[in-house]
Design a protein around this ligand. Structure first.
Ligand code: CS2
Length: 484
């Protein structure tokens, strides 16, 4: 038996299910990037809106690169199980808010058709940092990136989210349809502003008038999204099938906690996501910075140190005193320069993060978080570092986190493993340019597309990272083949 609308009534009583008829829902949101995170987060908040009786806000979800999710969920009518695992709790519910599914390059024409549909009011995106093709240090669009070049050459057959959104907006402009709102749900600072810059930057390279129209008419609200959601494993699938008594091709496993803070700037309406617990706020940049620095900054630190000390999961890395001490010091450094949202106690906030990271029921792999470091470090660790440099205070924990990332790149280069990072080629080349610790640190720090001119040319910072890099090497035996 397979999960679907027809089998919903066969679910055990303790498994939640849509409190509405999914076949009556109208899709007004098109979501690009139909991964686990979206299904654990926005789709769940939207499910609560539908359950309140407002059936206008279903989601048409599109996988940008692959059709895997479409193939898994189409036979289930878009239904899937969301399994929230707390330290001592487990809650399962079937989500029904994704009512249409598209996927893969071959569906790009259908995605464009949906974008041009006047009934689509919001295009939301979770495509991770690298999907925006922004230079990590400057935040400017990288028009030279190969996929962007190809979309600029063939704007009617786009493959990137920028190409898709710009083409979708252009079709609406040609047809006299008001533009949809573009809502970024990625872990970037001021993600709406960055999405706007990327979209307008791409459009400007094609057609200046179109770029101006987008600048004048399209809303790009910022959002802070938070829910730790590891990739689903085969074991999860088997466990969930056992509980729900039927097969679900792609359930999602997540933590019990979830948070969503949204800037209320939508030109064609929006669901009342606060019904599901989201917060509409004017203080969005503060929320984003707190989360990106405290949660994601600590995550990256745990990931690189975890990878170096053979701790596969966040929880096991947190249980290693050497690592958890570094994370504690890191939080002190971050909090000292943090402009937190009003009424939030950042001490309590990091205590709650500690509990979430220690959740024994979530196997969140450090290898997963360690990917795309070049795209993540700037907002997670370099931003608080810059704030500290401006106050002329040292940042030994941040320096250690950066040294750990450098060792991770060196280790990947020497063991000939794959580095998951859009800058993999240059990173691996730079990390293997010399066997001398000092030269490795200076060369990696010299990558201004990550560190920016200011940090690249800061000798005190280089010395601080080098000290930590050498400490990891000499005292802790990391990368024994390099020379001190
Ligand atoms: C993680 C995030 O993979 C990563 O880089 O830091 O996906 C993190 O789990 C989420 O942002 C939590 O909200």
């Amino acid at each position: 038996m397979r999960l679907s609308c027809r089998t919903l009534d066969k679910l055990p009583a303790n498994v939640g299910r849509p409190a509405y008829d999914p076949s009556k829902v109208k899709a007004s949101i098109l979501h690009l990037g139909l991964g686990a995170f979206h299904r654990a987060h926005q789709a769940m908040y939207t499910d609560a809106v539908l359950a309140s009786g407002d059936l206008r806000w279903g989601i048409c979800g599109a996988g940008v690169i692959s059709a895997d999710m479409k193939n898994a969920l189409t036979p289930q009518g878009g239904l899937y199980t969301l399994c929230a695992r707390g330290a001592g709790t487990r809650d399962l519910r079937v989500i029904g808010s994704i009512t249409e599914i598209l996927g893969g390059a071959e569906d790009a024409p259908l995605v464009l058709e949906r974008m041009a549909d006047p009934g689509i009011c919001i295009v939301s995106i979770t495509v991770t940092e690298k999907g925006y093709y922004l230079d990590p240090a400057s935040g400017e669009i990288n028009l030279a990136a190969t996929p962007i070049q190809s979309d600029l050459a063939h704007p009617e057959q786009p493959t990137t989210i920028l190409g898709l959104i710009v083409r979708g907006l252009e079709l609406r402009r040609q047809r006299g349809i008001p533009p949809f709102t573009v809502m970024s749900c990625d872990n970037l600072p001021a993600n709406g502003k960055l999405a706007r810059r990327a979209v307008i930057g791409f459009a400007g390279a094609l057609d200046k008038d179109l770029a101006q129209w987008i600048a004048d008419k399209v809303a790009f609200p910022c959002t802070m999204v938070d829910r730790i959601t590891p990739a689903t494993t085969e074991q999860d699938r088997v466990e969930i099938a056992g509980i729900i008594g039927m097969e679900d091709a792609w359930p999602v496993v997540t933590e019990a906690f979830s948070q969503w803070v949204i800037e209320d700037h939508f030109t064609m309406g929006r669901p009342d996501w606060n019904i599901g617990g989201a917060i509409f706020s004017h203080e969005i940049e503060r929320w984003e910075n707190m989360k990106l620095r405290c949660l994601n900054g600590a995550h990256s630190t745990l990931a690189y140190l975890g990878q170096l000390f053979e701790r596969d999961t966040v929880a096991s890395a947190m249980q290693f005193e050497l690592i958890s001490d570094v994370v504690d010091e890191l939080w002190v450094e971050i909090r000292e320069v943090l402009d937190a949202p009003q009424g939030v106690d950042t001490g309590e906030y990091v205590e709650s993060l500690k509990e979430r990271f220690l959740n024994p029921n979530l196997r969140h792999l450090t290898a997963q978080i360690a990917s795309d470091g070049s795209q993540k470090l700037p907002q997670r660790l370099l931003a608080p570092l810059r704030d500290r440099l401006a106050r002329q205070v040292p940042s030994p924990a941040i320096a250690l986190a950066l040294a750990a990332w450098m060792h991770f790149v060196v280790k990947t280069a020497y063991t000939r493993q794959k580095l998951n990072d859009p800058l993999a080629e240059v990173l691996l080349r730079t990390a293997s340019c010399s066997a001398k610790a000092q030269e490795i640190v200076t060369s990696l720090l010299g990558l201004d597309q990550i560190f920016g001119r200011d940090l690249c040319q800061n000798p005190e910072l280089a010395a601080a990272i080098e000290e930590k890099f050498l400490w990891l090497h000499r005292e802790k035996g990391i990368n024994p083949f390099i020379e001190a």
